[in-house]
Design a protein around this ligand. Structure first.
Ligand code: GLU
Length: 281
């Protein structure tokens, strides 16, 4: 395991909770002998707050986790995302989309269309697919023409080191994910594009994250292949659930680390609560 580079990539839109703690502990554990990097995913500046970022640093340090400086912030990476987007556009794989969520829902409710969902929710029905990039307006999102992308990408599988260890096929992404958004309206990128560009820029060799992102991984591997970026290994870990079995979300402030800290719990208590056991050295 020597030399593995992993990363923890929280969005500063709320407090870290027990699920984040388990994720971070796993990220640092997998990097033992290598490097665990921190990346702040703050593309959506309207939802991100400096005080949440400060709290993230503080909570991670309290858990005993340290990282090399400087921390990467997605809000400073617009040029890198634009470069990747331009490259995919030059390959003829993108188109501008002006559909609103309501437009998409309306198109999906047409009787001949199945209401299939993928990693980003409803699978886009392709309404704007015929539009050319020269028509792109400032209010448009940019989508990937998935069918075409699949004919251009070399990668067909990725290696998972987590619970379902082994090679996994990308599968028919045109049907399972559809024409995913590469640049959200007004943002210059989307989660999928940013994460792929940044994992490569940070030299990440193993992406460690929750099992909820397993389906997004096939999209990321496809984008890496189109952009000639190295393909890391993937480690999807189990999710921490509340007593009712529901996955913890940012709004579960009651399970925020800060609250447990205020109640006097120790990092060892947190590790026990989430059932974290370090891997053998
Ligand atoms: N920023 C994402 C989150 O907070 C993590 C994305 C990833 O690990 O790829 O859920």
């Amino acid at each position: 395991m020597a030399g593995r580079v992993t990363r923890f990539a929280p969005s500063p839109t709320g407090p870290l909770h027990l699920g984040h703690a388990f994720s971070a502990l796993t990220v640092w554990d997998r990097a033992r002998g290598g490097a665990a990097l921190l990346r702040i995913e703050d593309i959506d500046q309207s939802r991100c707050r400096p005080e949440w970022e400060a709290q993230i640093f503080d909570d991670l340090h309290w858990l005993g986790l340290n990282w090399p400086e400087p921390v990467m912030r997605q809000s400073t990476r617009a040029n890198a995302y634009r470069g990747a987007l331009d490259r995919l556009a030059a390959m003829g794989l993108t188109y501008p989309c002006r559909c609103t969520r309501a437009d998409i829902r309306a198109a999906m409710s047409a009787p001949q269309e199945g209401a299939a969902t993928g990693p980003d929710g409803l699978i886009y029905p392709g309404t704007c697919r015929g539009r050319s990039m020269s028509e792109a307006g400032p209010g448009d999102a940019i989508r990937l023409d998935m069918k075409r992308a699949l004919t251009r990408a070399g990668a067909r599988r990725f290696f998972e080191t987590g619970e379902h260890e082994g090679w996994h096929e990308l599968g028919p992404l045109d049907r399972s994910a559809g024409d995913v958004v590469l640049a959200r309206r007004g943002f210059g990128t989307s989660y999928h594009l940013a994460v792929v560009v940044d994992d490569a820029a940070q030299g990440v060799t193993e992406v460690v994250r929750g099992a909820d992102l397993f389906q997004a991984t096939a999209i990321h591997v496809l984008l890496q292949s189109l952009l000639d970026l190295p393909q890391p290994a993937y480690h999807h870990h189990r999710l921490i659930r509340d007593p009712a079995g529901k996955r913890l979300a940012k709004r579960d402030d009651a399970r925020a680390l800060a609250n447990y800290r205020a109640e006097g719990l120790s990092p060892a208590d947190i590790r026990a609560m989430v059932g974290f056991t370090p891997s053998a050295p």
